[in-house]
Design a binder for this molecule. Structure first.
Ligand code: TYC
Length: 117
């Protein structure tokens, strides 16, 4: 059974003469799909944001377990910066915004940034 390419969709399943085999239409994408560029989302250390607040943000915004959240928070506390995750641009942007909104609302100086991988 021949596969039908782009441009000859249209008949679909209709129009087969009685007794003919069913046909499938496979349309080739007109544009090639590209892998989305990925961005690392980073938390920055500061001297004032409570550790517990950072742990809760990591659990809530980045869906980390309590244990992973604690590990990442302590890494940032000890090294100055740490990775929360790697995401496509819009997901990374939304997470940065959620962290910054939560920090501002609670009057903490916590900073969250994204960088192209
Ligand atoms: N250094 C902060 C403190 O001692 C804790 C902290 C950890 C703050 C990670 C920000 O991204 C951060 N309270």
């Amino acid at each position: 059974m021949p596969l039908r390419g782009a441009g000859d969709e249209g008949e679909g399943r209709r129009g087969n003469g009685a007794g003919k085999q069913d046909t499938a239409t496979i349309t080739k994408p007109k544009t090639r799909s590209k892998r989305p560029s990925l961005y690392r989302v980073l938390l920055l250390n500061d001297d004032y944001t409570p550790m517990e607040f950072v742990v809760l943000v990591l659990q809530d915004v980045f869906n980390k377990t309590r244990e992973d959240a604690m590990r990442i928070m302590l890494h940032v506390h000890n090294h100055g910066v740490g990775e929360c995750g790697i995401y496509p641009f819009e997901v990374a942007e939304t997470k940065v915004t959620r962290v910054m909104d939560a920090a501002r609302k609670n009057q903490h100086p916590l900073q969250c940034v994204m960088e192209k991988q």
